[in-house]
Write a protein that binds this ligand. Structure first.
Ligand code: GLC
Length: 631
């Protein structure tokens, strides 16, 4: 009998005398064992020793898991779909920008709860060298918090406090690469072969040159190319993102074993949702585009099983910023799931396309695709996040309206940067590649909606309309199935921060325009409804309250597109547990009519008044939520 089978058998036998939690862990491991071994052996040429290390590592991580978190797991296991409810509301924030430190975040948990948030995504907070950090996405130590934010103990304490308030904590796991300051990178630079083997090192530029023929660029302007010369090692190293972010070689099982252990270490410090950063990139092969290769799915499936065995209350959130056909496979199958949640990146980008074109046909098409997916697939929906908006739209669909990729991207960027007549958006472009014409876009929701320009013009009427657009987009966000995430600051309509232009460490990365410090003084105004902050804050709170109150917003609802016979008004239908919702969103700057003809008696959820769902007039940039109940 092979060694690892012996050890699995031994542990199973021991189960009688061990603590019930340990027995439960062994049961979970056993349930996955055959598949795990099969996949691991397939990937790593039946490397018995590495697999046995992997299993022992899982056991070790489980042993180290604090009791409080094991109890948390047990609670979650009772309600496996806990993250799918209509009461879920997320917020994404940089701890530094929000409150300076982790302790600062803890001291503001009342505010976070006041926002109705029960899922908190803390942006990268692990050790990362200043000026070479890519906003924290170049990690020098996966077990150390950036000292200016606090310590690992602070993280565990914050997460404990969050849990006691019913808030789950999400953290990035930057797994594709390490910082060039990571211990492994330092040893690789010093010439240790074992550590060079954890990355992609080449003696000269010939192999890198071959890769460059087929691998696209992530940051064509700010970090062109996929390789960097490492002077100290006298070799070339693969750096898909910035030159200081060295790609890890997951073809080396030690890398996979150690990185999985790092991930579980974070889970053992209270992280409930692991955001798998840049997931599609983690397997490289010459002659391919090094994105979404089949081995990536094997790795993610293995990580899913690892998490299910060690910390079953934990979720994997895949960051797959790719075209739609590449995204959905990361859910895996219903029987062999990979990620619990994925970003709904295409709907997000299609939403901003619709803001710029005032034409809902693409969005209808996109939502139709999403609505056709199994309801077990949970999307994380958002309007803005810390990254740029990339224009990964369905161009095959757009082509029938004469919209070609390159000119259309230019139109979107021109509109959203306010270059076109009639546009009040105030975005900035990001990483333009003049050869491909595929610049992306940055800016806060409020500034992209035109609030910044309207306030600058001191035009109160205009401000009102732009706030309405902002609120309508959030209503659209809350109408979608899945978990809605608010980008910190959006709840008070925070505007662009142009300060980064003067910062020597940030000036060349326009994503910093929407990463400004949270404005606590402005947040004070949230109680005053005559201000932008108050209008938006109370508006969003009301929408969230309605969403939580009505089962029709649950993930399990049936969803469909309602034909409005007006290309400027999007119609969505939802049905669940005797409730039917007709939601209408006017993306045009003019008042419009949704030519619908629904026979039931409806109530307008916003006013609470009865309203017919026939030829519904919707003011410019406004929306309607019409609800009827079947007894
Ligand atoms: C992800 C992050 C992005 C970062 C990149 C490299 O895409 O969202 O901010 O630059 O990974 O780690």
């Amino acid at each position: 009998m092979k060694k690892e089978q012996v050890s699995a058998g031994r542990n199973a036998k021991k189960a009688g005398n061990v603590r019930p939690e340990t027995a439960a862990f062994e049961r979970r491991l056993k349930a996955h064992y055959d598949e795990m071994k099969w996949l691991y052996y397939e990937l790593y040429s039946s490397d018995e020793q590495a697999f046995s290390y992997f299993c022992d590592m899982l056991r070790r991580c489980f042993d180290e898991r604090p009791d409080s978190l094991r109890k948390w797991d047990a609670k979650r296991e009772q309600v496996p779909g806990w993250y799918r409810g209509n009461e879920m509301l997320g917020m994404q924030m940089y701890p530094g920008a929000f409150a300076g430190t982790l302790k600062g975040v803890e001291s503001h948990l009342d505010y976070i709860s006041e926002c109705g948030v029960n899922y908190l995504h803390l942006m990268p907070l692990l050790l990362s060298p200043a000026g070479r950090s890519d906003g924290g996405y170049a990690v020098a130590d996966f077990r150390k918090v950036q000292p200016e934010y606090g310590t690992m103990e602070d993280l565990a304490e914050l997460s404990g406090e969050c849990h006691s308030r019913g808030i789950s904590v999400c953290l990035d796991f930057v797994m594709n690469h390490t910082s060039e300051d990571h211990e492994w990178a330092k040893r690789a630079r010093a010439g240790e072969k074992e550590y060079q083997d954890r990355y992609f090192f080449y003696d000269d530029w010939s192999v890198p040159g071959e890769f460059e023929k087929t691998v696209p660029q992530v940051f064509p302007t700010t970090a062109p190319g996929n390789f960097t010369w490492c002077e100290e090692a006298g070799k070339v190293v693969m750096t898909t993102f910035y030159p200081y972010q060295w790609d890890l070689n997951y073809a080396n099982p030690t890398v996979f074993n150690d990185m999985t252990e790092n991930m579980l270490y974070l889970c053992n410090h209270g992280v409930d949702i692991v955001r798998l950063d840049a997931t599609p990139y983690i397997w490289k092969e010459l002659g391919t585009n090094c994105r979404n290769l089949p081995q990536v799915h094997t790795l993610v499936r293995l990580m899913r099983m690892a998490v299910e065995a060690v910390c079953p209350g934990t979720l994997l959130l895949g960051e797959i910023v790719m075209e739609p056909s590449k995204v959905v496979p990361y859910f895996g199958t219903v029987e062999k799931p990979e990620c619990h949640m994925l970003y709904n990146v295409t709907t997000m980008a299609s939403t901003w396309h619709t803001v710029a074109t005032h034409d809902v046909r693409l969005l209808k098409h996109q939502l139709g695709t999403v609505f056709a997916l199994p309801k077990e697939y949970t999307f994380l929906n958002y309007l803005r996040c810390h990254d740029d908006i990339g224009w990964g739209l369905d161009y095959d669909f757009l082509e029938q309206f004469g919209m070609q990729q390159v000119p259309h991207k230019k139109f979107l960027n021109d509109y959203l940067t306010g270059k076109l007549l009639g546009s009040d958006s105030r975005g900035e472009t990001y990483n333009d590649d003049p050869r491909l014409g595929d610049a992306r876009l940055c800016g806060t929701t409020a500034s992209l909606c035109g609030i910044e320009a309207a306030e600058y013009e001191q035009n109160p009427e205009k401000v009102k309309v732009k706030i309405r657009l902002d609120r309508m987009l959030h209503a659209f966000l809350f109408t979608q199935s899945g978990l809605p995430i608010i980008y910190s600051g959006d709840e008070i309509g925070q505007l662009n921060d142009y300060g980064y232009h003067e910062d020597p460490l940030k000036w060349d990365d326009s994503r910093y325009i929407h990463r400004g410090d949270f404005d606590w003084e402005a947040a004070e105004l949230r109680k005053d409804r005559t201000t932008r902050q108050g209008e938006l804050f109370s508006g969003l709170r009301m929408l969230e309250a309605l969403r939580t109150l009505h089962p029709v917003f649950e993930n399990a609802a049936d969803t469909w597109i309602v034909e409005t016979w007006n290309d400027r008004v999007l119609g969505i239908g939802r049905y669940y547990k005797g409730e039917k919702l007709i939601a209408l969103f006017n993306f045009s700057e003019f008042d419009e009519t949704a030519w619908i003809n629904e026979v039931e008696d409806y109530t307008d959820l916003i006013t609470g008044n009865p309203r017919e769902a026939k030829a519904v007039g919707v003011p410019a940039y406004d929306f309607a939520w019409l609800l009827t109940k079947f007894e």
